[in-house]
Design a protein around this ligand. Structure first.
Ligand SMILES: C[S@@+](CC[C@H](N)C(=O)[O-])C[C@H]1O[C@@H](n2cnc3c(N)ncnc32)[C@H](O)[C@@H]1O
Length: 273
C-alpha cells in the first residue's frame, strides 16, 4: 500500500455528483443550526465552504452583514457563486484559499466556522488557531464533524461496515482523521480558545422516511464511488465486497424495517486576546 506523506489530498474532489451530495446533505443534517446565535450585521467566515450550502443560510440570517466562504477548490467556488447569484443572495462572497494560511488580517470577523473540513487536514489545531487569528476578541470559532463511532445500520450490513472501515483507513493513510469529531473539544482548547463547549448528537432515519433515506444512501454510495479506484488498487477492498455493500444499501432502501443512526459533534470556543 502506498504511503501518503505529503499534505493530505482531498478525498472527495469536486465533481457534479459530489456537489449534489453536499447540497442534498442539508436534508438530513440541516444547515446553520449548529452555529452560535447569528445577528444582523455580523461578519462571518466559513472555511472549506464547498458549494456554500450553509453560507447561503448564514447570509440570510446576518443580512446586511457579510459572509465570506473560502475553499481550496475552484470548482466548488464557481458553483457556490452561481447558486448564490441565482437566489439573489448578495451578501455572500466566495474566495479561493487554503485553511492553513487565511489571507485576511487579524480580528476581521465576528465568527468563523467549518463543517467537514478538519477531518481532511494535516494540522487541525493549526487551522483552528488560524481561524481564531482572523476572529476579533470576544468572537467565536465553531467546528462540526461527523462522528463515525455512532454509526448503526439495521438490517445488519456487514459489507457496508467493512467498506467504510477501509475508507476510514484510506483517509488516515492520506493524512486525514476519520475520528476527529470526538477530538474537537481538545482541538479547540489546544488552539487557545476559551469557554470551549462540545456537544455530540445522534440522529436517525427510519424506513418510512424515504426521502432522507435516499439522500443518506446516495451520499454513502457517492463517497464509496469516489474512493473506489484507490480502495481497489491498494487492495483495501475487493470488487465482490463493494458489490455486497451496494446490495446491502439497496436492501436498506427497500426494507420495511430499516433504521439508521448516525452522529456528529460540534464544538465552539471564544477568542480572547
Ligand atoms: C466535505 S466539504 C464540506 C463543505 C461545506 N462545509 C458543507 O458542509 O457543505 C469540505 C470542503 O473543504 C474544502 N477543503 C479541504 N481542505 C481544505 C483546505 N486546506 N483549505 C480550504 N478548503 C479546503 C474542500 O475543497 C471541500 O469543498
Amino acid at each position: 500500500m502506498p504511503q501518503y506523506k505529503h499534505e493530505p489530498e482531498y478525498l472527495h474532489g469536486a465533481e457534479a455528483s459530489e456537489q449534489a451530495r453536499l447540497e442534498a446533505m442539508v436534508k438530513i443534517l440541516g444547515g446553520a443550526e449548529f452555529l452560535p446565535p447569528l445577528r444582523p450585521g455580523m461578519r462571518i467566515l466559513e472555511v472549506g465552504c464547498g458549494t456554500g450550502t450553509i453560507a447561503r443560510e448564514v447570509a440570510e440570517r446576518i443580512a446586511p452583514g457579510q459572509i465570506i466562504g473560502v475553499d481550496q477548490q475552484e470548482a466548488q467556488l464557481q458553483t457556490a457563486g452561481r447558486i448564490a447569484a441565482r437566489r439573489g443572495i448578495g451578501n455572500v462572497s466566495f474566495r479561493r484559499g487554503d485553511a492553513a494560511g487565511l489571507e485576511f488580517p487579524d480580528a476581521e470577523f465576528d465568527g468563523a466556522y467549518c463543517r467537514f473540513l478538519l477531518e481532511h487536514v494535516a494540522d487541525p489545531v493549526g487551522i483552528v488557531r488560524e481561524m481564531a487569528r482572523v476572529v476579533r476578541p470576544g468572537g467565536w470559532v465553531c467546528a462540526f464533524e461527523w462522528e463515525n463511532g455512532c454509526s448503526v445500520i439495521y438490517p445488519d450490513s456487514p459489507a457496508v461496515a467493512k467498506v467504510w472501515q477501509a475508507l476510514y483507513d484510506l483517509q488516515v493513510a492520506m493524512g486525514g482523521d476519520a475520528v476527529i469529531a470526538r477530538k474537537l473539544y481538545g482541538i479547540l482548547t489546544q488552539a487557545g480558545l476559551r469557554q470551549v463547549q462540545a456537544e455530540g448528537r445522534a440522529w436517525s432515519i427510519t424506513a418510512n422516511d424515504k426521502e432522507k433515506l435516499r439522500v443518506y444512501v446516495d451520499g454513502a454510495r457517492e463517497i464509496i464511488r469516489q474512493g473506489r479506484d484507490r480502495l481497489l488498487s491498494e487492495r483495501r477492498v475487493t470488487e465482490e465486497l463493494l458489490k455486497q455493500a451496494d446490495d446491502e444499501y439497496q436492501q436498506l432502501l427497500e426494507s420495511p424495517v430499516t433504521f439508521v443512526m448516525e452522529g456528529h459533534a460540534c464544538a465552539t470556543g471564544i477568542k480572547v486576546v
